[in-house]
Design a protein around this ligand. Structure first.
Ligand SMILES: C[S@@+](CC[C@H](N)C(=O)[O-])C[C@H]1O[C@@H](n2cnc3c(N)ncnc32)[C@H](O)[C@@H]1O
Length: 273
């Protein structure tokens, strides 16, 4: 087990059940929400499979796959592992649209990342030790790293990563190239008709400047197919109210009217090689 300061001092992202108790993740990653999210992935039988978890952060989904019988689990991350979220330089909010930081690439900001000390991997390392996990952590930017060296996997988790990519289609092509059976993609989505992705300037989505593109369900499926996946199965689509609105709008012949309520949702697809 790696040396860790008092476990309560780790700024946990995921809530993970450990022998000594459950870690205190952020509110959107509470034990209940994570259990629901795991069910929503509709994972295939993982017995004997190799799994790559891209954007693993504290490792909740990597450890879950191990528990579910995967023969090999590789946890990949980069930015979250390289930063200490308590560092004032790492403050995410850019509330003023005229802020100089509003249009920059946050991940290129100097003074935030330490890819040698990996301050953001303390939670993963601690949980890994406590669980006696055999998952293999790999530090790398999925968009630029050597994928041949990484190898290919039966099942690849791409959870909460797609909308963080400046070049999502390239990301999906890279994902396809290392997926032997199925890539499980969970993403922020936009509720609307048509195949398009909304460009997020600055930090307007969740006050998080690392978000770039939010696709409609149609765009997500089309992009996966364009990236070379043979079949795309929708596991979680827009909520029923949005589907109803889609039909009403067609009838009204107002294709561009916005839905009355929240325009975003979280979708899950299985993209099959
Ligand atoms: C919103 S979090 C999702 C964490 C986890 N997969 C989940 O669903 O709870 C996105 C994670 O993806 C990682 N990530 C984003 N882009 C990446 C890239 N190009 N290479 C490696 N990791 C990346 C971030 O560092 C972060 O840990």
């Amino acid at each position: 087990m790696s040396p860790v300061e008092d476990v309560t001092e780790i700024p946990w992202y995921h809530s993970i059940d450990l022998p000594g108790g459950t870690t205190k993740g952020v509110p959107s990653k509470s034990p209940e929400i994570l259990a629901r999210d795991l069910r929503n992935l509709d994972l295939p039988d993982l017995t004997g499979k190799s799994v790559l978890d891209i954007g693993a952060w504290d490792g909740y989904f990597s450890f879950a796959c191990e528990r579910l019988g995967a023969a090999r689990v590789v946890s990949l991350d980069y930015h979250s592992w390289g930063m200490d979220r308590r560092n004032p330089m790492a403050k995410w909010t850019t509330p003023d649209a005229n802020d100089l930081h509003a249009y920059e690439d946050y991940w290129e900001r100097p003074g935030i990342f330490d890819f040698t000390g990996l301050p953001g991997r303390k939670g993963y390392d601690y949980a890994h030790g406590e669980l006696g996990s055999s998952a293999e952590p790999v530090v790398g930017d999925f968009m630029t790293m050597d994928l041949a060296a990484l190898g290919s996997f039966d099942v690849v988790l791409f959870l909460g990563v797609l909308y963080h990519l400046k070049h999502p289609l390239l990301g999906l092509e890279r994902l396809r190239s290392i997926t032997d059976e199925v890539a499980i993609i969970e993403t922020e989505g936009i509720i609307d008709t048509g195949s398009y992705a909304k460009f997020i300037a600055g930090a307007e989505l969740n006050e998080d400047p690392t978000n770039w593109w939010v696709p409609t369900e149609e765009a997500l499926v089309a992009m996966c197919r364009t990236a070379g996946f043979k079949r795309v199965d929708i596991k979680v689509g827009p909520p029923p109210a949005a589907k109803r609105w889609k039909r009403i709008r067609k009838k009204l012949r107002q294709p561009f009217a916005s839905p009355p309520s929240s325009a975003h949702y979280r979708g899950v697809v299985h993209a099959c090689s």
